[in-house]
Write a protein that binds this ligand. Structure first.
Ligand code: PMP
Length: 456
């Protein structure tokens, strides 16, 4: 039975599924790895080979795979009821408990309300739509524009794609939302302005100021950014950048939306990425780590300033005509309560900070020993190895030559799964990773780069 099943899986891998983020013909030629089991920081594929999960699922399995506490919480909830929504007339106990827990934890200024959804893209879409509705209710309906950073990633819905800072995600789906513009990102390694981090932070904050004035402050609804840019290449801004962002947004009354889908709940070494920079946004987008990937869950937290606009009387414009069938899904909320209990109890933000620093130190020598590693950078357990064609000019390696994919394949031969993303190799292991597991990850990547070096 198992063999027949395995043959079926092998034969039909990439036959029926349209796999995201790759060309379907490449998927057919290089079928995806079939993962069948996981435990802690390790996953096993269909051939029985076990790997260190250097990507933590997709930056999300923060508490590790197969945790009994999370599984038991989901089963206990199923024994009660598996589904009911948080639409107008109803709610379930886990959704209520989780709303109180997350609003209590979240670092938005006077966190007041949460809207649940199912994905990070939903959390972003909710933030953008509610920002616009806020301005209508606040008597400034002309504020509909969004500004964001180049290299930013905000999911795949039309709103998120419109504010995504990489044209790569937009091209095939245009035309998009009108009124969305991007400014340069504070990327110390690759920018035309300054190598000095603090000077660069000021220059980019000034660019935002100029862009708001250029658009007309009375037309700008919000600025959205990730505290540490993830999918765009693990770009860590200078320390003063987020406080400066907050200042510029406040100068013009523009809402500050932190997309914490990756950074939320510990990944960048503090409970929230914005907290790491000492800043409280007005709206926060959460997903991934909130339920550690066990059941899909997204959430958008709003502060009191935003929420209060809804409480000035019952008007047709104030109805919240936005929500998902999965809003407040009890299994997702039960999984999240158990996952966040582990995050807090085991101080996973602290572990992410410690192991991340150690892993970066272990990987840094690659920038000397490998001719194609330009920089090893990161914060907490968000780590990127920047692949370059030329170390002096810092020109990126052309992603179409497939070298990042070869590095990942060789790392896999050495027992580690890492993620090639354009010209960056991304590491985002579970936040429960220990020193021995970090060492395996670092050795596997070091061996993979040595093999590439011999071939180049
Ligand atoms: N925002 C950020 C910062 C993300 O990294 C992602 C996903 N990687 C999203 C939004 C979208 O999340 P999802 O894939 O769950 O829709």
């Amino acid at each position: 039975m198992l063999d027949r099943n395995q043959n079926f899986l092998r034969e039909n891998n990439a036959r029926y599924q349209f796999h995201p983020m790759i060309h379907p013909m490449l998927s057919q030629a290089h079928p995806p790895q079939i993962i069948v089991a996981g435990d802690g920081c390790r996953v096993t594929d269909i051939d029985g080979k076990t790997y260190i999960d250097g990507v933590g699922g997709l930056w999300n399995v923060n508490v590790g795979h197969n945790r009994p506490e999370v599984k038991q919480a989901i089963i206990a909830q199923m024994d009660q009821i598996s589904y009911y929504s948080s639409f107008a007339g109803t709610a379930t106990p886990p959704s209520i408990e989780l709303s109180a827990l997350v609003c209590g934890m979240a670092d938005v200024e006077e966190a007041d309300k949460i809207v649940f959804s199912a994905n990070g893209s939903d959390a972003v879409e909710t933030a953008l739509k509610l920002a616009r509705q806020y301005w209508r209710l606040a008597g400034e309906p002309g504020r509909y524009k969004f500004i964001s950073l180049k290299n930013g990633y905000h999911g795949v819905h039309f709103g998120g794609v419109s504010v995504n800072g990489s044209p790569y995600y937009r091209g095939a789906y245009e035309p998009l939302l009108p009124g969305c513009t991007q400014i340069d990102t504070p990327w110390t390694y690759r920018n035309p302005y300054s190598q000095d981090p603090e000077e660069l932070a000021q220059i980019i904050a000034d660019l935002l100021d100029r862009e708001i004035r250029h658009q007309g402050p009375q037309t700008v609804a919000a600025f959205i950014a990730e505290p540490v840019q993830g999918a765009g290449g693990v770009i860590v801004p200078p320390a003063s950048f987020w406080p400066k962002l907050r200042e510029v947004c406040d100068r013009y009354g523009v809402l500050l939306i932190a997309d914490e889908v990756v950074t939320g709940f510990g990944r960048s070494g503090s409970m929230f990425g914005a907290r790491g920079w000492g800043v409280k946004p007005d709206i926060m987008c959460l997903a991934k780590g909130i339920s550690a990937g066990y059941v899909p869950l997204g959430a958008t937290v709003l502060n009191r300033r935003v929420v209060s606009a809804w409480y000035q009387g019952i008007t047709p414009e104030g109805f919240l005509m936005h929500g998902y069938t999965a809003t407040g899904h009890p299994l997702a909320c039960a999984a999240a309560l158990a996952a966040l209990d582990i995050v807090i109890r085991e101080d996973l933000p602290g572990n992410a900070a410690r192991q991340g620093t150690r892993l970066i130190e272990k990987l840094k020598p690659l920038a000397d020993s490998s001719s194609i590693v330009g920089e090893v950078r990161g914060k907490g357990l968000m780590i990127g190895l920047d692949l370059v064609a030329d170390k002096v000019s810092r020109a990126s390696l052309d992603p179409s030559n497939g070298i990042a994919e070869r590095v990942a394949a060789y790392a896999r031969d050495e027992g580690a799964i890492v993620r090639p993303a354009g010209s960056t190799i991304i590491l985002s292991p579970p936040l429960v990773i220990n020193e021995a597991e970090c060492d395996i990850l670092a050795s596997a990547l070091t061996a993979a780069f040595a093999r590439i070096e011999r071939e180049l």
